[in-house]
Design a protein around this ligand. Sequence first.
Ligand SMILES: Cc1cc2nc3c(=O)[nH]c(=O)nc-3n(C[C@H](O)[C@H](O)[C@H](O)COP(=O)(O)OP(=O)(O)OC[C@H]3O[C@@H](n4cnc5c(N)ncnc54)[C@H](O)[C@@H]3O)c2cc1C
Length: 430
Amino acid sequence: MPINSLPPVPKRPHYDAIIVGARCAGASTALLLARGGLKVLAIDRRPYGSDTLSTHALMRPAVLQLSRWGLLEPLLKDGTPLVEATTFHYGDEEITIPLNTGPDLPGLIAPRRAVLDRILVDAARKAGAEFLHDMAVGDLFADTCGRVRGVEIRGAGRAASRVSADIVIGADGIGSLVAKCCDAQVLRSGSVSAAHVYGYAPVEPGAGYHWYFRDGIAGGLIPTNDGLACIVASVPTRLFDQRFRLGHGRARMEVLEALSPALAEQASRAPTDARLQAFRGVPGYIRQAHGPGWALVGDAGFFRDPITSHGISDALRDAEGLARAILDGSEAAFEIWRQERDLFANQILDTTDAVAGFDWTLADLGERHRRFSAVMKAEVLALAGQSTPVCGAAGRPTTYRAPANQDEPRANPGAPGASNLYRNRTGARP
Ligand SMILES: Cc1cc2nc3c(=O)[nH]c(=O)nc-3n(C[C@H](O)[C@H](O)[C@H](O)COP(=O)(O)OP(=O)(O)OC[C@H]3O[C@@H](n4cnc5c(N)ncnc54)[C@H](O)[C@@H]3O)c2cc1C
């Protein structure tokens, strides 16, 4: 943005859907709703094409969806390598599983987030969705019946402005403002968490995913863009607090060395000044999926430890389910989405925590991985049996219409004499 120019503003006062957060969950939802003919605004406080915490590995469900949405090709064109095999290293034992490929699944991929999220945003823009980056949603507003009616946007150099929508979607990650403002109920909380510390090193072309496990520690090598592999060391959060306090670099190398000297050697090929990223861990949770005038997708609604690399798959699956419900517009469609989301979220949280808890032995870990893989297989079958979301039966959007607006949003919330009708859901005054 040129110096002195003001940030862009929403083009309309009202949208069919406003999405808070524009990464894999938000941009996917925007893409599918815009392709369904809806007027969509997505807002993210981070810049367009920026990076975020991720070890990038996509599992079968995510690749299948990207392929069906026509986005696998641009991802491959951007230099994302195809991964055709996964090797599990249980101590000194190695098990290589070739991928069962098909037309929609030529291989797995692990695109950098600056690549994946950008391609999703570009596709959604092309479909007609509007995006505002570098702008934060500071609050939500509701009508007197408590139904969410829109958001308050805050951008540097501009006064806060309000935009209304039939539905506000929180795709705003773990710390979701939308979930907080809507008092989204926590349906389930996990009790374990793992820490992950990763960096990048050059890797030979054709490498597959490699997952390493020894008692109490884990790691992975994930080939990504630019001839690099993401190399991650994972430990229970309590061990991270003890061992990584004095510096991530050395502690990570000790874990990688213990897992496999070859993995540590690969990691040591990184430039000496290469930065590491660390995530201390957050126990998994499942939040209520939707309520009057709002819904949650991606990490905002469901978080599971990154150890099973399934967060992006969850985000894309839920984006598709929610888009289908919104485009259908009926309460029944929302109920179908909620049930499907809760079913998969519960199974994925169970099977992920069975690995992230580090309470396994090398002898029983393979069985835990097979349970996780069986859930993914069911997920792939469920996705394959569904068409991509389309408009209502009449062939035009039957948008999820909020019941008649009892309180039209004010253009200027701070105007003298304004009542507290629009007091936001967090209780703060505008
Ligand atoms: C260390 C780590 C490694 C991981 N590795 C993998 C992996 O290998 N494979 C995998 O599938 N998953 C992985 N995950 C999980 C995956 O990254 C998440 O599941 C995924 O990013 C969720 O996407 P999202 O769009 O829901 O949320 P996010 O990616 O968190 O995006 C939320 C966006 O909302 C924006 N936002 C938040 N609040 C506001 C606001 N008030 N106003 C405007 N914008 C707002 C943020 O700026 C952010 O850009 C990993 C996670 C971590 C932490």
